[in-house]
Design a protein around this ligand. Sequence first.
Ligand code: HEM
Length: 479
Amino acid sequence: MRATGYRLLIFTAHCARGLGRGEWDMATGMLDRWLSSRRWPVTDLAAPPADSDLRAVPGDSGPPVLGHTLSMFRQGDFGLRRHRELGPVSWARAFGTRIVAATGPDAAQEVLVNRDKAFSQAGWTFLVGPFLNRGLLLLDSEEHLHHRRLMQEAFTTSRIAGYLDRVDTLAKRVVPTWEPGPAHPALRRLTLDVATEVFMDAPVEDAAALQRAFTDTSRAGMAVVRRPVPGGRWSAGLRGRKALEDFFRPRIAERRTSTATDLFTALCQARTDEGHMFTDDDVVNHMIFIIMAATDSTTTALTSAMHQLGRHPDWQDRARAECLSVDPPTVTSLGGLTALDLVVKESLRLVAPLPTLARRTVKDTSLQGHYVPKNTLVFLSPGISHKLDDYWTDPTRFDPDRFAEPRREDKSHRYAWMPFGGGAHKCLGMHFGMFEVKALLHAILRTFRWEFPPDYELVWDTNSIPVPADNLPIHLERL
Ligand code: HEM
């Protein structure tokens, strides 16, 4: 069996280029069946110290050469299956290293609360390479706290109100120009427009080049060949990052005294009570990170919500009726749109935009009674916590009312619903992100109606940030 599987892997890799679509689907289907059915001998990650009562982390290396890399890429239920079979703390070999999965709300809480400071943000460097260098998420401890406090100045209620006003103006200009077609690229374009107009206040003529630079920079972290080979994703990412740096740096001095209401200006002017401000380097690094953090995540949230609203016309009608009763969408008026709020929360539960949060241990530590040695990569999975039937009734079903009183299933555990993470690094853009998604849906629901054929099934490509494999083709009917 082992030899068969190995041959299948080699065959798939060698033949990929020469196969037609049907043959490719057949080969990958065989591969997927084999990956799901095959089990590997379970061994210990490392022996716990003799004087401790800790247990070893159970897990396995998976198939030869690639380990579980392909399963992680190709199988949406891989993590959930391991959680059921091996428990909330297990290890697997993938991407050339051993990774500990901390799954379920208890394990997530222990890592994110990080009581003895054993889990560092260096885990993210493994995933995003040099592209998000010194972004807020990559900082640890006191330095992180200091930068986070300063950055909070860009997310006060009055700042958010200003951004939201600009998001609404943009949505009202762009959404009515949409034609029937794939929804995902249109949504991505919309959130990129938010990035250039609302976050950066960039000149219109620079928008296309900047948006290309964001895309190249954010994709580079997932490059298979992680070297600057000409024509490769890594090189494109380095060029993209440089283009973004070249945009931000020369404008900082002018933005420090500007009266503009964009996020870039807010970061340039952020100041603590003691008078500390971000340096020019900090502003550049934080802006590049924020744009990456904000764009793909909100695109996935919007795509998931549009998909669910198209499958559930009753919820679409309820959400639209609310949106038609309120204009413009503001921090206060959006707060009253209950059905829209429930739909967005449920869409974030079913498809967590950040499927993996990464940490690395900086010392030997314990996790749910297991021994985890120093320098171990640890992955958390909000999407797994969102699918456990200990916390959610019929977890695969779209059921927004689960977030309403009296059910409030999200209160079953502090970390049962965690699309925005938790602890010291909990998403700083959470409130604005929710408002942005709702303001954009507000414009879409007031302009269009849509539904999917009953037999339509969306397949999410979960290689990194979830995207619909078919771009979510959608027939928009103008109201
Ligand atoms: C639906 C949209 C969003 C989702 C699901 C989301 C999710 C997350 C998650 C899970 C984290 C924590 C990662 C970790 O602990 O490893 C995070 C961090 C962060 N997010 Fe978001 N995010 C969203 C939108 C935004 C927006 C719109 C912004 C800014 C405009 C933003 C800015 C940030 C920042 C600055 C951090 C780093 C916080 C820190 O390290 O202290 N996010 N986000």
